[in-house]
Design a protein around this ligand. Structure first.
Ligand code: NAD
Length: 368
């Protein structure tokens, strides 16, 4: 593993922790990016990485993304993430998750874990046997599956995009193409159907598209044709890097509003391309923050109504980002990065001020 310190300092990480447990086969990396706003919260994913470098790069990139997501969502949380590497099918066990829980606990609350790819609520409950620094569990007043809240946030994001671009308050009568109708995509289709939206869906799992067709009357598109479908909004809810050199020229919709992480294949280049093509892009980490907002509520006593109310704020946040993008002629993903960085800078300054007041009080007291 080369240049770890160089990489971590370029990306601004505070701490990277390597964890291993020979008995259970646990190999994990926990990355804490920035705790200016609060403890670093972010999911742990289980993935069979090709190399340790791939695992490290992934956790550094994802934890940094969590800092930005929490900052723009107005949460008092920092950014962190964990990756467990190896084949989840072979390695998953109660003992492995409990070993991971003990490592999380050893960080004393600097990192709070949650579910991510290949991890479910049951796995998290094993983690919770060893540490209180865990969210997204179904017991102990936990918030459970975050997907319905992520979907709700995407719905508010779509409404903001439609307000900004089409000057409309309602989604009724519009056509939305949804790529991937798994946990988030299905819940999103349910919400959109109740808003009288026409749905076009695709999924590599035919059972998922059939269900959405049966439940909400969605039209099914071929997987490789979903971007070319005539729609007002394209909603990527499957995998990342979906906006790239190949797909962008065929995209018919003029609004992109979906839950998938890392939608821009190359952030700067494709973010610019999206703007030049006149497409209004809802930055992924802003529009998909509903799940994070929901788990953050566990930390202060879970109340689903309060969580829904905070998720609805994604609407106003996105409107501000669109306005800043127009005002400064910058792509929307750059506008949202600027909001995140500004909030972190300002809170850091306030913290430094508080510290200097504390120091002065201490000096005054010791001189008496
Ligand atoms: P999921 O695994 O439940 O659903 C993804 C769906 O996409 C599956 O049905 C899968 O068959 C389908 N799919 C995969 N590749 C596809 C392709 N090439 N074309 C069409 N369909 C394809 O995952 P999810 O929890 O619904 O999350 C969806 C996306 O949203 C992911 O990128 C995830 O990282 C992101 N996200 C999810 C949450 C959450 O709360 N679950 C929060 C933030 C971001």
């Amino acid at each position: 593993m080369t240049n770890l310190f160089k990489l971590a300092s370029q990306m601004g990480h505070e701490q990277v922790v390597f964890c291993q447990d020979q008995v259970t086969g646990l190999k994990a990396i926990i990355a804490i990016h920035d705790t200016t706003l609060g403890p670093a919260l972010g999911g742990c994913r289980f993935w069979n990485y090709e190399s340790e470098d791939d695992a490290l790069n992934d956790v550094l990139r994802l934890s940094r993304g969590m800092t930005y997501k929490a900052a723009v969502a107005g949460l008092n949380l920092g950014g962190g993430k964990a990756v467990l590497f190896g084949d989840p099918q072979k390695l998953k066990s109660e003992a492995l998750f409990r070993a991971f829980g003990r490592f999380v606990n050893s960080l004393g609350g600097r990192y709070i874990t949650a579910e991510d790819v290949n991890i479910n609520v049951d796995d998290m409950e094993y983690v919770a046997l060893e540490t209180k620094y865990v969210t997204g569990i179904s017991t102990h007043a936990g918030s459970g599956d975050p997907s319905p809240y992520t979907a709700l946030g995407v719905l508010y994001g779509m409404k903001a995009a439609v307000k900004h671009r089409l000057k409309r308050d309602s989604l009724a009568g519009l056509t939305v193409s949804v790529q991937g109708v798994g946990h988030v995509g299905y819940n999103l289709c349910k919400l959109l159907a109740s808003e009288k939206v026409n749905l076009i869906v695709s999924d590599i799992n035919a059972a998922n598209t059939r269900k959405v067709q049966q439940d909400f009357g969605a039209q099914i598109a071929e997987n490789d044709h979903i971007l070319a479908e005539k729609a007002d909004i394209f909603s990527p809810c499957a995998m990342g890097a979906v906006l790239n050199d190949e797909t962008l020229p065929m995209l018919k919709a003029k609004i992109v509003a979906g839950a998938a992480n890392n939608q821009l294949a190359e952030e700067q280049r494709h973010g610019q391309m999206v703007q030049e093509l006149g497409i209004l892009y809802c930055p992924d980490y802003v529009i998909n923050a509903g799940g994070l907002i929901n788990v953050s509520h566990e930390l202060r006593g879970y109340d689903p109504r309060a969580s829904e109310k905070d998720t609805a704020k994604i609407y106003d946040t996105l409107l501000k980002i669109f306005e800043e993008s127009d005002r400064s002629s910058i792509p929307t993903h750059i506008a949202s990065d600027r909001f995140a960085e500004k909030r972190i800078r300002e809170v850091k300054a306030v913290s430094a001020l508080n510290q200097s007041v504390k120091n002065q009080n201490w000096i005054d007291a010791s001189r008496k």
